[in-house]
Ligand binder design. Structure first.
Ligand SMILES: *[C@@H]1O[C@H](CO)[C@@H](O)[C@H](O)[C@H]1NC(C)=O
Ligand SMILES: *[C@@H]1O[C@H](CO)[C@@H](O)[C@H](O)[C@H]1NC(C)=O
Ligand SMILES: *[C@@H]1O[C@H](CO)[C@@H](O)[C@H](O)[C@H]1NC(C)=O
Ligand SMILES: *[C@@H]1O[C@H](CO)[C@@H](O)[C@H](O)[C@H]1NC(C)=O
Ligand SMILES: *[C@@H]1O[C@H](CO)[C@@H](O)[C@H](O)[C@H]1NC(C)=O
Ligand SMILES: *[C@@H]1O[C@H](CO)[C@@H](O)[C@H](O)[C@H]1NC(C)=O
Ligand SMILES: *[C@@H]1O[C@H](CO)[C@@H](O)[C@H](O)[C@H]1NC(C)=O
Ligand SMILES: *[C@@H]1O[C@H](CO)[C@@H](O)[C@H](O)[C@H]1NC(C)=O
Ligand SMILES: *[C@@H]1O[C@H](CO)[C@@H](O)[C@H](O)[C@H]1NC(C)=O
Ligand SMILES: *[C@@H]1O[C@H](CO)[C@@H](O)[C@H](O)[C@H]1NC(C)=O
Length: 621
């Protein structure tokens, strides 16, 4: 076994300067004594329930049978280097598939001192959730992540003998005493008869005019999900641990020869020297200033998949900040965007089915452009199967390897000042047809990824500015191969601007003060339409702004103050949901929820529920 760098948030032994140059930070910190209400002059009681506001998991349809399956309870104490915790899983007899909704609940309680950690849940080697933990206070904190996992129905249906694994590498000693108590359960909601009979999972026979309409099953959960993950997962989890840009990890898969649609869903999280990749300076700066940090290789990253040596898709990862990152006081009790449920990324592989449906094994390769140690990456291959034919025929009809165009402008001035700009762009267009019993359809996938990054050090390295603007637009268009008529289209625009400013000042006795300002957003707009099925837009705007200071020795926060505002907004054809939270020094000052719904087919009136506290305000139809 190769020796790998521990992905633990241990203090760096490399901070040689008394006042660290900001190239050595942002870093991860533990805030053991702050946030426990002992700060002078603060009257707000710190919250114990931590959260990451997102759209509430949809309500199950009325009269659906409901079953809750507690799958695993485990105390993650000194689990570093240990295999994942495992538990047997079988679908509930009382709520057989198909399900209208399945929800995974991941609940955590912890007291003491501890760093944030990364964790994942896998079912038979396919990932269901990637999450990171909050840092505890001595009085204890808890939180619950609820994720809609209906899209993994194919895995959840698996016959008895299933194994659910949870990895959370923790380290407990005299100083870091926190033990993560985790429980995982699954909540199944059956599909009432009126839903099963309506549209259903449709067979081709239903269509009088094949080739003119996509089947409803095209937009339902996949029929089969194959894990693109590391071996048996018993030693160090099912994720691939990617160490550098040439560290390509691959898996050989054979897919059923009647696959008519394929989507690869990625789970990624950067750690160690790449945890703050968006703020890493180039190696040139590190060398010129004789720094010892390994956090270099500049601030561009892109995750790439290839199929049998063909580049098949890529994305710019959303910069998730874990709860010990930048200033841990920012993330009490609201976690940074996505920290409790990391975003996943879908790459449409349908145009490449022509390479895959021959019943033979093919190589899927995952890699990280410019990545350094280490990235935890794996993926799920979602496959939709033709119910009426043992074979599809398919071909990749338009393919050219897309080029990454990247411009770097680096400027340095001794000591420790520098300005590093990167502009990157990649445009790709792939096209392929698949003839199944539903007809002959051509899928065009067009992607444009654009990122600009700025990392700047001024005031002899004590002032640092980071600006990242990543934008990825994807258009998937499905046409009848004969008539060229469009039968389905999904357009997605994702943007993630991040702005961060930090200043360090000398403190007394080996301490320093760091002030930071941050704004961070995740904006995703999706416009989807399918002939005879639906036509609609959804928009998510999730934003945070935080400002504060902290007094630090080594990696411990001794004192500080921070204010965070969080605004989450979701809207679609049926209504909208907004939640705005103001926090100060670990306490929630206000938490406003506004919801409005349109009753479809029932007067189409918007019923607005007034603003108010989280408990009030909501109105259901
Ligand atoms: C975690 O579980 C252990 C063992 O059941 C229990 O003693 C401890 O109080 C729990 N911790 C928290 C914070 O709930
Ligand atoms: C790893 O797990 C697999 C399947 O769960 C099992 O067959 C194998 O024996 C395990 N290997 C080790 C070294 O524990
Ligand atoms: C990249 O990582 C792999 C896997 O750890 C290692 O074998 C290889 O030597 C590394 N390559 C470079 C250039 O560091
Ligand atoms: C499926 O495809 C294989 C190989 O292309 C072919 O040999 C076989 O006859 C096909 N089967 C059917 C039922 O079409
Ligand atoms: C397309 O697929 C259908 C169903 O598998 C098959 O009946 C038909 O012959 C195929 N068309 C061609 C031109 O191969
Ligand atoms: C830090 O640098 C930024 C960008 O150069 C500048 O706007 C800001 O005024 C500086 N702050 C301090 C305290 O020097
Ligand atoms: C499907 O359509 C494409 C594009 O028009 C065509 O080249 C191909 O031969 C068709 N396939 C079948 C099996 O009909
Ligand atoms: C400096 O730190 C040491 C060890 O933490 C402590 O004993 C000493 O009292 C501190 N001095 C001042 C001036 O804070
Ligand atoms: C943070 O923003 C506030 C308000 O915009 C400003 O007064 C302060 O100087 C900023 N601090 C830093 C470190 O940039
Ligand atoms: C919540 O609503 C109250 C009353 O309208 C307002 O004063 C407060 O600023 C709002 N909080 C947020 C975070 O929007």
């Amino acid at each position: 076994m190769q020796q790998r760098a521990p992905p633990l948030r241990l203090p760096l032994h490399l901070l040689l300067l008394l006042v660290p140059a900001l190239s050595e930070v942002p870093d991860h910190y533990a805030s053991p004594r702050v946030g426990s209400g002992t700060r002078t002059g603060l009257s707000n009681a710190p919250a114990q329930e931590y959260l990451d506001p997102t759209y509430p998991v949809p309500r199950p349809p009325p009269v659906a049978p409901t079953c809750v399956v507690p799958v695993l309870s485990y105390s993650f104490a000194n689990t570093y280097g240990a295999p994942p915790a495992k538990a047997a899983y079988a679908p509930p007899a009382g709520c057989p598939a198909p399900w209208s909704l399945v929800v995974l609940s991941f609940s955590v309680a912890i007291a003491g001192d501890q760093y944030d950690r990364v964790a994942a849940v896998w079912l038979d080697g396919a990932e269901l959730l990637r999450t990171t933990t909050a840092e505890p206070t001595p009085d204890g904190v808890r939180w619950t992540v609820r994720k809609d996992v209906t899209r993994y129905s194919a895995l959840l249906r698996s016959p008895p003998g299933g194994v659910l694994s949870v990895m959370l590498e923790n380290l407990v000693n005299d100083v870091y005493t926190g033990v993560y108590n985790v429980s995982v359960s699954l909540e199944f909601h059956g599909a009432p008869a009126y839903l099963v009979n309506d549209g259903g999972s449709s067979s081709a026979a239903g269509s009088a005019d094949p080739g003119q309409k996509l089947p409803a099953s095209y937009f339902q959960p996949a029929d089969l999900i194959l894990p693109i993950s590391e071996g048996t997962g018993n030693s160090s989890g099912f994720w691939f641990r990617i160490q550098n840009s040439s560290d390509c990890r691959s898996k050989l898969v054979s897919i059923p020869s009647n696959t008519y649609r394929a989507v690869l869903e990625f789970f990624v999280s950067p750690h160690s020297n790449d945890e703050f990749w968006y703020s890493n300076p180039p190696d040139l700066y590190i060398r010129e200033n004789d720094l010892t940090t390994g956090r270099g290789n500049a601030a561009y990253r892109e995750v790439v998949v290839s199929v049998d040596g063909h580049f098949a898709g890529s994305f710019s990862p959303f910069p998730v900040i874990y709860t010990g990152g930048i200033n841990p006081l920012f993330w009490q009790p609201v976690a940074a965007l996505g920290a409790f449920d990391l975003p996943t990324y879908d790459v449409e592989l349908t145009p490449f089915l022509g390479l895959l449906v021959d019943g033979k094994a093919h190589e899927i390769v995952l890699s990280v452009v410019d990545g350094i140690a280490e990235w935890l990456v794996d993926a799920n291959l979602h496959l939709w199967l033709d119910p009426a034919s043992p074979n599809v025929s398919a071909a990749l009809s338009r393919y050219r390897t897309p080029r990454l165009s990247i411009t770097r402008r680096y400027y340095t001035r001794q000591p420790l000042d520098g300005r590093f700009e990167i502009r990157a762009k990649r445009k790709s267009r792939f096209s392929g047809w698949v003839n199944s019993s539903f007809g002959n359809f051509t899928t065009d996938v067009e992607t444009e990824l654009e990122a600009t990054s700025l990392v700047e050090f001024t005031d002899q390295g004590r002032n640092k500015t980071v600006r990242l603007q990543a934008e990825q637009d994807t258009e998937v268009v499905v046409r009848s191969s004969e008539t060229r008529k469009e039968v389905g289209k999904v357009e997605t625009e994702a943007k993630y601007p991040l702005w961060l400013e930090m200043v360090t000042e000398d403190g007394e006795n080996g301490t320093y003060v760091m002030r930071a300002n941050l704004t961070h957003s995740l904006i995703v707009e999706t416009d989807a339409e399918a002939e005879g099925l639906f036509d609609g837009e959804t928009k998510v705007v999730d934003e945070q702004a935080a400002v504060g200071w902290m007094l630090v020795r080594d990696h411990d926060v001794l004192d500080g103050s921070a204010a965070t505002t969080q605004a989450y907004r979701y809207s679609d054809e049926a209504g909208k949901y907004e939640r705005a939270i103001d926090t100060l020094d670990g306490a929630v000052l206000s938490d406003n929820v506004t919801e409005s719904y349109r009753a479809l087919g029932d007067g189409l009136a918007w019923l607005a529920a007034g603003a108010g506290p989280a408990e009030g305000g909501a109105m259901e139809l």
